[in-house]
Design a protein around this ligand. Structure first.
Ligand code: AMP
Ligand code: MG
Length: 323
């Protein structure tokens, strides 16, 4: 079973760096979700991430940096990319940028693409990267296809038998993964909605964020192409206007849902109708609805603007037919 160390313990940073230097993946809290982090320049360390997660190797990883200079050593920033990094870093925006030929992010982390996804996280994760001195590749710290973890307990339940060290920093404040944007010749393409609303990116860029999906056969693999993802065990039924016998209900806002008094369990993402609060609760409530023993999980509609775009994206994937 993995050791769990608090990020408040002064010795944790050293212990985590030691494990990373040995090429071992470490579960690390970030403001989005918990990541399973390892040295992005070290092929053995990256392989250990894919193995612990059971993740398909064609699905590239995000490399996390502690400052823009560290990012610049590995990827090339256009003026537009620079503007976005300055506005949103540290924070929940991942930029997909061309690789710098002299960079050291290993091709296993980029799935051999000519681009890399980079992000500067906030708080403890950033401090860890600065101390370690190299970028950390870190996908969410869950088995591939499962619901992402927003607490150290979630990580322990899912990966506790497969990894050696989990750093406990409490609950993740944002609760959904980063927004991923490809920056290409003055264009912005949304590869995954996430913790920063696309509208906020458009405002800074002064440019529309294009939302069309990658074409079939296109080399770039976004999570959008892995249709079933973030999946609980129970079936998920979206746009529920009522609750059917045996179902748990996840809903949003004040308005009650028909038949909710006979629901197996009820979880309100945000009684006050706040999409940020809803995002922070989403994965925890999916896990709890699943653990309630309900036959299925009914989900009432959630608004689609702002963080609602990311919430609806994750819900659609949770509800998609399983492979
Ligand atoms: P995560 O699972 O949170 O680590 O997110 C990783 C996702 O980032 C992958 O599933 C890809 O969709 C995306 N990604 C990473 N690198 C690239 C890249 N070079 N080009 C396009 N998307 C990428
Ligand atoms: Mg993930």
């Amino acid at each position: 079973m993995a050791r769990i160390l608090s990020t408040l313990d002064p010795d944790t940073l050293t212990q985590a760096c030691d494990a990373l230097r040995r090429g071992e993946p470490v579960a690390v809290p970030t403001e989005t979700v918990y990541g399973l982090a390892a040295d992005a320049t070290h092929p053995g360390a990256i392989t250990a991430i894919y193995e612990a997660k059971g993740r398909p190797r064609f699905n590239p990883l995000i490399s996390h940096v502690s400052d823009i200079d560290m990012a610049r050593a590995h990827v090339r920033f256009s003026p537009l990319a620079e503007k976005l990094a300055r506005a949103f870093w540290p924070g929940a925006l991942t930029l997909v940028l061309p690789l710098e030929p002299s960079g050291a992010i290993h091709p296993l982390a980029t799935a051999g693409l000519a681009t890399a996804a980079v992000r500067m996280p906030q708080g403890f994760a950033r401090e860890l990267i600065a101390t370690f001195g190299r970028p950390l590749a870190a996908p969410s710290a869950n088995r591939s296809g499962r619901v992402s973890p927003t607490s150290a307990e979630h990580v322990a339940e899912d990966l506790g038998e497969r990894i050696g060290l989990i750093l406990d920093g409490g609950r993740c404040p944002i609760g959904v993964e980063s927004t991923i944007v490809a920056v290409e010749d003055g264009r912005l393409r949304l590869l995954r909605p996430g913790g920063i609303a696309a509208e906020a990116i458009e405002e800074i860029a002064g440019l529309a964020v294009e939302r069309q999906q990658p074409q079939p056969g296109e080399a770039v693999i976004a999570p959008g192409m892995l249709t079933s993802h973030y999946a609980p065990q129970a079936a998920v039924r979206l746009n529920a206007a009522d609750v059917r016998p045996g179902e748990a209900l996840i809903r949003f806002g004040e308005a009650p849902v028909a038949g909710e008094d006979r629901a197996h369990a009820v979880f309100n993402l945000s009684p006050a109708g706040d999409l940020r609060e809803a995002a922070a609760n989403l994965f925890d409530f999916l896990k709890r609805a699943d653990a309630s023993g309900a036959s299925a999980i009914a989900v009432a509609p959630v608004p689609a603007h702002g963080l609602g775009e990311a919430i609806n994206d994750r819900l659609e994937r949770a509800a998609a037919p399983r492979p």
